[in-house]
Design a protein around this ligand. Structure first.
Ligand code: GLU
Length: 445
């Protein structure tokens, strides 16, 4: 059914934990749909469960949405609406849609409670779901379900229905785990004269192990990804494509492009997989696009204090960009000693200098020394202002080709870095500069 009313969507998290993957996918889809239709995006914090709701989690949700760039037009806490919920509850009782039921507490204390039950008409309920299509469920099995703990404490279904009604929500975008709640909520809508919104129940988000992602099962919160040095545009882009794609080959989307391309009816019905490797891919793509200034703005936080002011640091930008998947990798690489040799001459173990093919040769070390001597003299022939990767290759490669690349280039690399694994000697020597490179090579010889 075509809806001509202004679109109003909402994201309605309970502040019982940091904003995690299944939930922020819901937020993203709900946001994109509202923006696509020039609608309104409501953030409703469902904080009526006083024991489990925490301010710190609400803060985390707000911080996460802000970081992802999901700005909302309306903010409301469900607890602020309790008066409305109570009024509607009373009206429902008055109208005969609900009744007070005196029941013994389940804890065996013998206490009698006055809970409020909904008077179930026991009918088939049908609703339109943008993703699942037409859904029909019989409500008889639900019985006269409970809608309030007592006349002062309305429960979840009633609160959701009243709040959606009052906010004029036209599209309820939420996780598939709420499908079974929908018939109850529709019955309540009908009882209070509220329109039924269009529903869009999103497929579950699974981990690579095909198990449901959850707070307990390895799903990271938005703020965890932020702290790991993932870019918000990468996370947004990646998560937007968990269970949705525009049906083209395009994978990289700015937020604006997502808004344009997004379509609830193209969301897949089957569970969607959250692949952390894919997130790394997206992040690398977005890291490539950063200006130098923005790169360092993100990177610097992960560089150990003592190197932050070093002139060498800035020269490592390309190397870092090529090698990291997220900015915190920089910290790990420093911790693993992968960059230290740029800042201080390495300690070189002689045996390590010998290329593997020469290891069995009893003159291997001697030969290596001669190769390195020649490397020194060839490099000394490159003028200071000609010191570039290309020119170093021109100077060294003929000799390396003649003597064996490994024999010559391996010890040069080790002499410069002290490491088996490092950039090639041309890149190293260029980054280190002529003076340092030659000093290190000569010291080893
Ligand atoms: N507060 C509910 C949750 O966090 C969402 C309710 C809804 O979307 O209808 O799961």
């Amino acid at each position: 059914m075509e809806n001509t009313k202004k679109v109003v969507t909402r994201f309605a998290p309970s502040p019982t934990g940091n904003l995690h993957s299944g939930a922020y996918r819901t937020a993203i889809f709900s946001y994109l749909y509202a923006r696509k239709h020039q609608g309104t995006f409501v953030l409703r914090i469902e904080d009526t469960d006083k024991e489990r709701s925490k301010k710190e989690y609400e803060d985390n949700i707000l911080e996460s949405l802000k970081w992802l760039g999901l700005e909302y037009d309306v903010f409301v806490r469900q607890s602020e609406n309790v008066g409305r919920h109570q009024a509607i509850l009373e009206k429902m009782i008055e109208d005969g849609h609900a009744y007070i039921s005196k029941e013994e507490a389940k804890d065996g204390s013998g206490v009698i409670k006055e809970i409020v039950r909904f008077k179930n008409p026991n009918i088939d309920v049908t609703f339109e779901d943008e993703i699942k299509g037409k859904v029909t469920m019989n409500t008889t099995d639900l019985g006269d379900f409970v809608i309030a703990k007592n006349i002062r404490e309305p429960l979840f279904h009633l609160a959701v229905v009243v709040d959606d009604f009052d906010a004029g929500i036209t599209h309820v975008v939420r996780g598939e785990d709420h499908v079974s709640n929908t018939p109850r909520q529709i019955l309540i809508q009908r009882a209070i004269g509220a329109p039924t919104p269009v529903y869009a129940h999103l497929p579950l988000v699974l981990g690579l192990d095909k198990q449901k992602l959850s707070k307990r099962k390895g799903a990271l919160a938005v703020t965890d990804y932020r702290d790991l040095g993932v870019l918000p545009e990468a996370l947004l882009n990646m998560v937007a494509m968990v269970g949705w794609n525009p049906g083209t080959e395009q994978e990289l989307f700015t937020k604006e492009e997502l808004v344009q391309a997004f379509d609830l009816t193209k969301v897949q019905k089957s569970p969607a997989v959250f692949n952390p490797e894919k997130l790394n891919w997206f992040n690398r793509e977005y890291i490539k696009k950063l200006s130098s200034e923005d790169f360092w703005q993100h990177a610097l936080a992960f560089v150990p204090e003592q190197y932050q002011q070093s002139g060498m640091l800035m020269k490592l930008e390309t190397l870092m960009r090529d090698r990291i998947e997220k900015f915190s990798d920089i910290q790990t690489m420093f911790a693993d000693g992968e960059f230290e040799y740029f800042f201080a001459d390495p300690i070189v173990v002689h045996n390590q200098l010998v290329w593997k093919a020469l290891k069995e040769d009893e003159n291997g070390l001697e030969k290596t020394k001669n190769y390195l001597k020649e490397v020194v003299s060839l490099l000394e022939g490159v003028a200071d202002d000609q010191w570039s990767i290309e020119n170093l290759k021109t100077a060294l490669m003929p000799y390396a080709d003649q003597e064996g690349k490994g024999n010559v280039l391996w010890p040069a690399r080790v002499a410069l870095s002290g490491k088996d694994k490092s950039p090639d000697p041309f890149e190293l020597a260029t980054l280190l500069g002529k003076e340092t490179a030659l000093r290190r090579l000569k010291a080893v010889v």
